[in-house]
Design a protein around this ligand. Structure first.
Ligand code: HEM
Length: 126
């Protein structure tokens, strides 16, 4: 198994864990279990950092083209949007329902955009 495959499996496994804790949080409801909430949040942050390091190091080895940067930045923004809506959901005040709806949709967009980013980053090596 080469290094790219290991990284792909690593990112995939992190998303499985994030989704697992996310659905668990949704089912258990408010007030959210602190351990579950923090695991969900920190693993999401770790995944974003891991992805950022992959893109940065690949760019150091051979500069990435504009399309890869555009998709990579979109992925970063989707991660941020998911993190912001997730963080707001924990606030102890009545919240607009749209916030939860957004946090139910953006995770799938984040996974899709991450997959396209990794495909472009690793795919160009052939
Ligand atoms: C890439 C990042 C993330 C992904 C992929 C993700 C994914 C998910 C998913 C799939 C759910 C279940 C939604 C459903 O029931 O349909 C969920 C729920 C939740 N997530 Fe995230 N999440 C991410 C980041 C975060 C972060 C950073 C926080 C907090 C700062 C957070 C807080 C929550 C909360 C509070 C819930 C429960 C929502 C509810 O009660 O329905 N999430 N997440």
């Amino acid at each position: 198994m080469n290094i790219s495959n290991t990284k792909l499996i690593g990112i995939g496994a992190l998303f499985v864990v994030i989704f697992f804790f996310g659905f668990w949080l949704s089912r258990s409801g408010k007030p959210y279990n602190g351990l579950l909430f923090n695991l969900h949040k920190l693993i999401a942050l770790g995944t974003l950092i891991f992805l950022g390091v992959i893109v940065y190091r690949t760019n150091q080895a051979a500069p990435l083209d504009g399309l890869v940067w555009a998709v990579g930045i979109l992925t970063g923004l989707l991660f941020l949007g998911t993190m912001i809506t997730g963080g707001l959901l924990d606030i102890d005040k009545p919240l607009p329902a749209v916030l939860a709806t957004v946090h139910h949709i953006t995770p799938y967009l984040t996974v899709l955009s991450t997959a396209v980013t990794l495909f472009l980053v690793f795919g160009r090596k052939g």
